[in-house]
Design a protein around this ligand. Sequence first.
Ligand code: ADP
Length: 659
Amino acid sequence: MTVERFEFQTEARQMLDLMIHSVYSNKDIFLRELISNSSDALDKLRIESLTNEAVAMPSEPKITITADKETRRLSVRDNGVGMSREEIIENIGTIAKSGTQEFMATLAERREKGEAVSAELIGQFGVGFYSAFMVADRVELITRPAGSEEAWRWESTGDGTYMLEEASKPEPGTIVTLHLKESDEDTDDYTSEWKIKSIVKQYSDFVSYPVTMLVEREKKDDDEGVLNAQGKVVTEERLNSMKAIWRRRADEVEEKEYNEFYHNAFYDSTDPLETIHLKAEGTQEYYALLYLPSKAPFDLYMPESIRGVQLYVKRVFIMDDAKELLPTWLRFMRGVVDSEDLPLNISREILQQNRALRAICNRLTKKTLERLDSLLKDDREKYLRFWNEFGPVLKEGLFQDFEYQKNILEVALFDSTHSQGKTTLKEYVERMPEGGNDIWYIVGEEKSVVENSPHLEAFRQKGYEVLLLSDRIDPIWSSNAPEFQGKKFRSVTSGDLDLAGEKEKEEQEEVRKKKTQEHGLLLTRLKEILVEHVKEVRFGGRLTSSPAIVVSDEGDLNPQLEKIMRSMGQEVPTMKRVLELNPNHAVVEKMGSLFEAKKDDPLLEDYAWLLYGGALLAEGEMPPDPVGYGKLVAELMTESKSRGSKSRGLRVEGSRAES
Ligand code: ADP
C-alpha cells in the first residue's frame, strides 16, 4: 500500500505550531472538541440518510471512548458520516474559517507575553480537531465514509506534514487515536477513567448521542461479561445524561442546570446573564430556551461566524444558527428551539419561507425585548452590563426593523450631558423643560470628542440636555429616528437653532443682523476663500466661547453617515457644510479691521483656513490640509512672538469675546 505525505496548508501549519507550543490554562477541552466532532458526524449522517438511500443511520449511533494507560493512548470513535480521501485533505489539512488570522494573532501575542491561553478562546473559535495536539505528540485518524467501502488512515505529529494511506475498516465512521504526551502531573492524565468521566460530564452531558466508555473491572462472582487478556471484565458505561433540558418544566429546572447546559452547548464558561424558557402551545408547538450571554464573543461583528440559536425538531438537532429564529440585531442571543411540527428534513431554503418560523421569530423577539425591559426596570446595574456588551447590536434594529423601533427605544441607554451615567429616553423626556419638543443629540466617532464639541456651548448655557451618540451605528439610525413619546430627535449640528426665549431671540437676531450688516462683505470674502469646502459662511447663535463651527443644513446627510456609506462602497456626493462664526468673538473684529484696511490682505486667507480647520478638529475630523494647517499655526505663533500679541492678537482657541 502506498503511503502519501502531504504538507499542511500554511495557516493550518501555523495554527498547529501554536497549538503545540503555547501554554493552555485548560487543556481538557480537546476531548469536548473531539466528542462534538463525532456528534456532528452523526448529525450529518442522519440528515444525509433522510435524502440519500445509499446511507443509513446505524441502529446504535454512539460515541465511544477508550483509554489505555500502558500505551498512553486515548481514542474517540463514532459511527457517523466519516470522510472520504478528499474530505480528509479538505477538512483536516486546511483551515477555511473567517477570522483565522485574528485568532492566531491573539494566540501568538499571548505566547510572546508568556500568558496562558484560556480554553474558551479556542472553543469560541472552534479549532476543534487541532486541539488534540495540545495533549498528544502523535494523532492518528482512521475513517470510512458512509455509503462506501474505502477507508483511510491519516497520521501526523503536527510538524507541518501528515501522511495518508489506504486502510480497512469494518463499518463507516471515524476513530481518532491520540498518542498522549508524557504527563508530569497526575491531573493531566487523560487515560484516567475518573478524569475522562468528569470532562464528559462537564462539557458533553447534553450531547444527543450516548457517549460511552469501555472500562475494566475486577471480575466479581455475579459478572457475566467477557474477560480480557488481563482477566478483567470489560463493560461499556454511558457517561452523558442526554437530557433535553428545554423540554422540562421551567419550575423544575435549577439555575445551575440551565447554566451548565449553556456552558456546554455554547462554549462559554461565564454564566449567562438571563435565561428565557418557554413552551408554546396552540397552532404551533415548540420549546424554546434562550440565553442572554454576559460577555460578547470576539466575533460579534463578523455576522457570518455567529452560532446563534440551534433548531431541533422533536429533540433531534437540525442546525446551528437558524437565522430565521431571531433577527440579526439579536444575534448575541444563544439557545435552542425545539419544534414539534416542523418536518425533520427541513432545509435552510425552506426555513426562509416558512410562515410558522416567522411566527416563532416574532414571539421570541417580543419575549426577549420584554425581558430586557423588565431587567432595565428591576436591575439597572445588571442591565448596564448587558448594554455595554450588546447595546450597539440592539440598536441595529432601529433601522432594520421598524416594527420594533419603539420597543428598542424604550430599552436603549444613552450617554448624555446630564450626568456621567447613562440615561433612558423616558428619563430624558421627564427632565425636559416645560414645552420642550425635541430630543437633542450629537453624533461623532468618540465620546470624548462629542462631549467637548463647541456645538454644545449654547445648550450647556441654556441647561438643555443633549444625548452623546458615539457608537458606530449611531449616525445610521439617528438621522432617521422615529418620534419618542411625541418628541422629535434633532441633531444639534444641523439647521438653525432656536433655543432662546422670545425676548432673547429678538436680541440675538438683532446682534446677528447688525453684525451681518457690518461684516457682510467680509463673510462673502471668507466664503470665496473656502468655496471648495463650504457652501456658506454666516453668523450663528450656538457659540459662546469658540470662534467657529461647521453645521449641516436641515435635511442634509450628516458627515458621519456620509463616511459610513462611503466605507461601504456607496457613491455619495460630498455635502458642503456651513461655517458658522461666533458674532461675539474677538477674532471677528480682528478680521473686520484687517478687511477694512486691505480687502485682499493675505492674512485673511490664513485666518479663514485656521477657523475652518479648527472647527473640523473640534469635531474630531481632519482639516483639508493637516500639514499646511500645522505650519500655519507655527508661522502665526512665531509672527506673534516677534511682533507682539498686540498687532496680531490671534489666539486659536478660547479667547473670550471682549465686550
Ligand atoms: P470544526 O468542527 O469546527 O469544523 P474541526 O477542526 O474540529 O473544525 O474539524 C474540521 C472538519 O473535519 C469538520 O468540520 C468535519 O468536516 C471533519 N471532521 C472532524 N472530525 C470528524 C469526525 N469524527 N467525523 C467526520 N468528520 C470529522
